[in-house]
Design a protein around this ligand. Structure first.
Ligand code: GLA
Length: 391
């Protein structure tokens, strides 16, 4: 699959820049989170994995400080020209804000980006699907800049700069999960990450006859205009209320029992629900990893289901599209767990489905989804891949 992507991005480069001299090709994955949603900005745990689908870049350095961007996914935008010295977002320049935000973040950190570059991108992650196409292009850009300029920066630091780019340049207050897993992913493993300490553990995903199936709702949303930042704020308010009686740094420090005994201190009922999700989801994630390590896939699937229900009822980030996909999935034979993945408000679901049942799953869920929402869902049977690399 990576060979196809390489050819496609090289063709795109040649078509727009008319040469392939000195061009190098890089890849960064997309990601799916198996469990641990909206916990990463609450000091909790997440359990994502990198995918073999992702974003490709064909790139070569220039002799001046101009950056020219082209994306095979947004051909109508043509070549967009920018400059390595820009430090603020330009709404009119579409996707280029992600890579340029990375340039700005690296420079701010003291890395020398002395020359501009011509780049063509091609992604086979559906855009705005919740599989982190934006974090993928950020990490990819950080990674190829590291390689092209020989920068002394680790993949973990590229992830942290990616998050900074997203927070400060793009204006989305995301946590570290997406950039972390894209920069640090490992084939056939999910990563159990403690977002409070950045300690992590690779856990082999052995699904014995089951596969990970992603259903994309095709309900587009960008985090910028979603209620993502509002949810963060609600959690911060809940935390501040708890801090009046107990000294903690994050909601992720609390067990379910501690939360139950403290929750009356959270004044606003909505904020109380949000905090409940953050605390319970974190504990669920810890339990889910143990289940997987013990080979208890059914137990893991059950916790995935509980995760979705909590995101629907307490965190309220699912919506009719994701709920319909999940409800239909749970009616299918051979499905051991199904939940929304990523930020929510549209995007994708992730289900664990028995190999032999995948065709009937896709057929049934697709039909039921169309009937209820009038939208077509897309399905991806995915493999867990590595972090960024030159190909
Ligand atoms: C988005 C953010 C992540 C995380 C998830 C929800 O993907 O980028 O940091 O908060 O939503 O779990």
């Amino acid at each position: 699959m990576q060979i196809d992507g390489k050819d496609i991005v090289l063709d795109a480069f040649k078509e727009v820049y008319k040469t392939l001299d000195n061009v190098r090709v890089f890849f960064a994955p997309g990601r799916v989170n198996l469990i641990g949603e909206h916990t990463d900005y609450n000091g909790g745990h997440v359990f994502p994995c990198a995918l073999t689908i992702g974003t490709y870049a064909a790139v070569r350095l220039r002799d001046d400080d101009v950056c020219r961007f082209y994306s095979k996914n947004f051909p109508d935008a043509g070549i967009i020209e920018r400059n390595t010295n820009e430090t603020v977002k330009d709404e009119s320049k579409s996707f280029t804000n992600y890579p340029l935000g990375m340039v700005a973040a690296l420079k701010e950190k003291g890395f020398e980006i002395r020359r501009g570059f011509d780049v063509a991108y091609y992604g086979n992650i559906p855009n705005s699907s919740g599989l982190s196409s934006s974090a993928s292009i950020e990490v990819l850009t950080g990674f190829f800049l590291k390689e092209l300029f020989g920068l002394n920066i680790s993949n973990l630091d590229i992830a942290l700069l990616g998050q900074k780019c997203e927070n400060e340049f793009i204006g989305v207050n995301c946590g570290i999960m997406d950039q972390f897993i894209i920069a640090m992913g490992k084939k056939d493993n999910a990563t159990f990450l403690d977002t409070a300490t950045l300690e992590y553990l690779y856990v082999p995903v052995k699904l014995d006859g089951y596969k990970i199936v992603i259903a994309c709702s095709n309900k587009k949303r960008g985090l910028k205009d979603s209620k993502y930042n509002e949810r963060r704020q609600e959690c911060d308010t809940a935390l501040a209320d708890i801090k009046t009686v107990k000294s903690i740094n994050t909601l992720g420090e609390l067990t379910e029992e501690e939360f139950e005994s403290l929750k009356s201190n959270i004044i606003d009922e909505t904020c109380r629900k949000r905090a409940k999700h953050a605390v319970y989801e974190n504990q669920r994630t810890i339990k889910a990893v143990t289940k997987l390590q013990e080979g208890d896939i059914e137990g893991f699937g059950q916790l995935m289901n509980e995760s979705h229900d909590s995101l629907r009822d307490d965190y309220e980030v699912t919506g009719i599209e994701l709920d319909t996909l999940v409800n239909a999935a749970r009616k299918c034979q051979g499905v051991i767990g199904s939940r929304m993945t990523g930020a929510g408000f549209g995007g994708c679901t992730v289900s664990i489905v028995l190999d032999d049942c995948i065709d009937s799953f896709i057929d049934y869920v697709g039909k039921e989804y169309k009937e209820i929402t009038q939208l077509d869902a897309d399905f991806y049977v995915v493999e867990i891949g590595d972090g960024p690399l030159e190909i």
